[in-house]
Design a protein around this ligand. Structure first.
Ligand code: ATP
Ligand code: MG
Ligand code: MG
Ligand code: MG
Length: 450
């Protein structure tokens, strides 16, 4: 249940110094008041939702420009964990990871007419020779041209499922809600190439299931709804909507037959289900993922072909599948956090455990040694917690003060190794933030509990 996604990537000690991971060394501009956060964002109207305020307050992000943010160390850790989970889900259905350039030549976009169709959303630039480019908002053109360059693909090699996790650039008219709508953000985008429409539908279904599994593991109750194809094109599309009051999309679900759709695809006036005529219920959502069945819209333009069993060249049947990585993180914080305290999906928490030793003073040495031992015991006996335990070594502050901080930050587990633990071996206080449960345990009890 804990971490579970690639602890080997992290160190349980600082790789440079071999020292325990300590909070005092973290680069994390923290505990800003609301007015300080407002001044960070420039204009007061720019502070638009809870996750944005909290992420600024606890030092997860820092504004860099309109709609763009520095992602600070905790956020990068959480995003790396999310990427590992996404890798697991995509590779389980045959996804192969690639990495395509952000700088995308205009010719590619002219070929599909999207150089004009995308309008002002496309961030355009010229190089020193006057050649035009855009900064990739999505990669259908690039990936189809890439696959088309391979001239000898046999039907036996398909499907190809190519995906990447990279920065995307969109000149959003109103970037807001922090990471929820940036002008520069991380997306996981996958593109599938199949030998027949039936095979392409099968792949489409597999990706939908993988997305469902990802959101379940994150503990996010997303709803899959029928959606518009927009400027991406194709024939069928589904969005994954996370219900939230601040969501910019509205969607309808039919409690009777399970039909669900983005309101954009229905007549607004529509109050009854187009499938069973039962009453529809409406909700607001944050679009965290979007899948498209593309058919041959792109493969026909770039001539992405394969040879069939008879040796005849055929166009690949395509699909494309996006996940807003930075948006998922912010959306999760938006729905899980309280007004004052960040709460993470368990699998994404940047650190699983915060260990608080007592305040400086009498018996200090013994107490420091005690918490140090506990730190080492946890990271040595529980390999999945290596690199996941942070020691709050700011011992000039009281335990209560640091506990308040830890609560605000939302470490799933907080352990207090107070002075009483020196006298009573069963007096390590363990807080489970997500349930509010507090237990008193021995050192061995702590490792068992975790
Ligand atoms: P929206 O309707 O919110 O503008 P979109 O439909 O334009 O999103 P897609 O082209 O479907 O977005 O891109 C795939 C995914 O990328 C989206 O489902 C969303 O999770 C994410 N995404 C899109 N735009 C942004 C953005 N400006 N900031 C952060 N994530 C985004
Ligand atoms: Mg958009
Ligand atoms: Mg949309
Ligand atoms: Mg979309």
């Amino acid at each position: 249940q804990l971490s579970g996604c690639g602890p080997h990537r992290f160190y349980h000690r600082d790789p440079e110094t071999g020292k325990r991971l300590v909070l005092s060394r973290m680069f994390q501009p923290q505990n800003l008041r609301e007015d300080q956060v407002l001044s960070l964002e420039g204009r007061s109207g720019d502070l638009t939702c809870k996750s944005q305020r909290l992420m600024l307050q606890v030092g997860l992000i820092h504004p860099a420009g309109p709609g763009s943010y520095h992602l600070l160390p905790y956020t990068v850790r959480a995003l790396e964990k999310l990427e590992r989970l996404v890798d697991q889900e995509m590779q389980a259905i045959g996804g192969q990871k690639v990495n395509m350039p952000s700088l995308s030549p205009a010719e590619l976009w002219r070929a599909t007419s999207r150089w004009d169709l995308m309008g002002k959303e496309l961030l355009r630039l010229r190089d020193r020779h006057g050649k035009e480019y855009c900064l990739g908002p999505t990669h259908e053109e690039a990936v189809t041209a890439l696959v088309a360059s391979q001239k000898t693909v046999s039907y036996k090699q398909l499907p190809f499922l190519l995906y990447q996790v990279t920065r995307k650039f969109r000149d959003e008219p109103r970037p807001r809600f922090g990471l929820l709508r940036g002008r520069e953000f991380y997306m996981k985008d996958m593109y599938s190439f199949d030998a027949s429409p039936e095979a392409a539908r099968h792949t489409y279904g597999l990706v939908g299931k993988a997305y469902g599994s990802l959101f379940r593991r994150l503990g996010l109750q997303c709803v899959r709804v029928q959606a518009d194809v927009g400027s991406i094109g194709g024939t069928t599309s589904h969005e994954f909507q996370l219900p939230a009051d601040i969501g910019e999309d509205r969607f309808a679900v039919c409690p009777g037959c399970g039909f669900s759709a983005n309101m954009e695809t229905l007549r607004m006036s529509q109050a009854d289900c187009p499938a069973c005529r039962g009453p529809l219920t409406e909700a607001r959502g944050i679009e965290v993922g979007h899948t498209f069945h593309l058919g041959t819209r792109y493969s026909s333009i770039f001539n992405a072909q394969f040879t069939d069993a008879q040796g005849k060249p055929c166009l690949a049947e395509m699909g494309c599948y996006g996940l807003g990585m930075t948006r998922i993180l912010a959306a999760a914080l938006e729905v899980l956090s309280t007004e004052d305290c960040v709460r993470w999906p368990g699998l994404l928490a940047p650190y699983q455990v915060c260990l608080i030793p007592p305040k400086k003073g009498s018996k200090e040495e013994a107490a420091t040694e005690l918490s140090g031992h506990l730190y080492d015991l946890i990271t040595e006996t529980l390999p999945q917690l290596r690199g996941e335990v942070l020691l709050d070594d700011r011992t000039h502050r009281t335990i209560g003060n640091r506990l308040k901080d830890a609560n605000k930050f939302g470490y799933p587990f907080v352990i207090i190794a107070g002075k009483r633990a020196l006298e009573d071996p069963a007096h390590f206080e363990v807080w489970s933030q997500n349930t509010g449960e507090v237990v008193f345990l021995t050192r061995e009890g702590v490792t068992e509990f975790l």
